[in-house]
Design a protein around this ligand. Structure first.
Ligand SMILES: [Zn+2]
Length: 449
């Protein structure tokens, strides 16, 4: 990469792998990928390899300016392109061989000028290293190249890369970095260790929206990118007290779940978002349950739009039905129900997820709700999630939240909540395994499910 930020020069080098083509999931590659005819040519949407250079590599260039011209409109919202910064889908520039072996290892070797920053969805293999091992998945993640503010640091066992796609002042920048660290620490209270050792966060300041962090999304595929759209003029308190970051990082408790089963992933993130705030001391126990109840009420109000339709159908068409809140909060109530059942026998959802995290990572392959429920039941040792998830598919009613709240000592009368002492409720906001400040140990705690 050179300082002009007009092209990225890449070489795909092979060792013991023969492939006739390079491919990516990006359409229209030929409009901005340049390849010398000596080395290859376009074959539909793939690059047909003709010859490798002396080092056994296939060189190609990504013409960033051509991409920018072509995609002016569509990229405005989710990508950012200016003369100083390119925020791009990773699959746009990283083309991979169509054929390789199961045990083929992939790594990126980065060469760049010192005044250009790069943010990638993977951690380097060595500290300050330039080699980034990665898994060859469809890359929905993002990469950033250019002159931008970047905070890279290690805390506990976690390597953070927090990059700002627009400039913010130094005081706010420091506060926003703290905001992200704080949310990661809060989510670490679920099972004592954050689900991943590398966190790529993109902070994109925007000028419209009433909240501190009005939108965010988790992008996966071989790695993970988490992008927050933020309103930097909000005081930092608003960021810390906003649920968004706790919600997004809670998504990492599970791998990517099929979009048609949105209630599973949105449910777990919605269930934990307020609990981890209480566990980490951001809100009190009572505030956490009041806010949880607020979400459940919003879900119930939204439920009327799609009442009578099964949850699976609504989850599949969440946008078309405008049923986000029903899906999120029905999901949260189902995870809540499972947690209460587990806690009756001294187990907990925290412990089950800790055990799950020993073998499964948030950047792993997509799982369906059914696959996930089987894995969780293997951990629990009896059928809990399989029947719960399969009943959930056909669920047309909104779950009986009053009864669930009763079990944790909360009475709901109209819009009023009354709190009786409850050990169970206290347990839900108490981190059982590790201190809340611990952001991941090198060793995972051992748990008897
Ligand atoms: Zn979500």
């Amino acid at each position: 990469m050179d300082t002009s930020l007009e092209v990225l020069n890449l070489s795909v080098c092979f060792k013991n792998v023969r492939s006739k083509h390079l491919e990516s999931n990006v359409r229209n590659g030929r409009k901005f990928i340049r390849i010398h005819p000596r080395f290859g040519h376009w074959d539909n949407n793939k690059i047909r390899i003709k010859k490798l250079d002396k080092s056994g590599c296939l060189p190609y260039r990504v013409d960033l300016l051509a991409f920018q011209k072509q995609n002016k409109r569509s990229t405005q919202r989710w990508s950012k392109i200016s003369k100083d910064i390119f925020l791009l889908p990773t699959s746009l520039w990283l083309w991979l061989p169509t054929h390789y072996n199961d045990d083929t290892e992939f790594a990126l070797w980065l060469k760049k000028p010192t005044n250009i920053n790069v943010s990638l969805p993977w951690a380097p293999s060595t500290e300050n290293g330039r080699i980034y091992p990665f898994k060859p998945e469809y890359f929905l993640t993002k990469s950033v190249f250019g002159r931008f503010q970047q905070n890279k640091f290690k805390k506990g066992s976690i390597l953070f890369d927090i990059s700002f796609t627009n400039k913010v002042d130094d005081v706010k920048r420091k506060q926003l970095v703290h905001w992200i660290e704080n949310a990661v620490a809060a989510v670490s209270t679920v099972h004592g260790k954050f689900p991943t050792n590398y966190v790529q966060v993109l902070l994109t300041p925007i000028s419209q929206g009433s909240e501190a962090a009005p939108y965010a999304h988790v992008l996966r595929g071989g790695g993970i990118s988490i992008q927050f759209f933020i309103m930097p003029e909000h005081p930092i308190k608003n960021f810390i007290e906003d649920w968004t970051a706790y919600h997004e990082f809670s998504h990492l408790l599970l791998p990517f779940i099929d979009l048609k089963d949105a209630w599973v992933s949105e449910g777990i993130a919605s269930y934990y978002q307020y609990l981890v705030m209480a566990r980490h001391g951001v809100v009190s126990e009572e505030q956490a349950f009041r806010r949880f109840w607020g979400g459940i009420k919003r879900g119930f109000d939204n439920y009327h739009r799609t009442s009578g339709r099964p949850l699976s159908e609504v989850s599949k068409n969440v946008r078309r039905y405008g049923a986000h809140r029903r899906v999120y909060w029905t999901g949260a109530l189902l995870w809540f129900q499972a947690d209460l059942i587990l806690r009756k026998s001294g187990n907990s959802l925290d412990k089950v997820l800790a055990e799950f995290a020993r073998k499964h990572h948030p950047e792993d392959d997509t799982m369906s709700a059914r696959e996930l429920s089987k894995v969780l039941d293997d951990i629990v040792g009896y059928p809990l999630f399989v029947p719960l998830f399969s009943q959930a598919q056909d669920l047309t009613a909104y779950p009986d939240y009053r009864e669930l709240f009763n079990r944790i000592g909360i009475q709901i009368k109209g819009n009023e909540l009354s709190f009786a002492p409850s050990k169970l409720r206290k347990a839900l906001v108490t981190p059982v395994l590790e201190s809340p400040l611990q952001m991941g140990n090198t060793e995972r705690p051992s748990i008897q499910p």
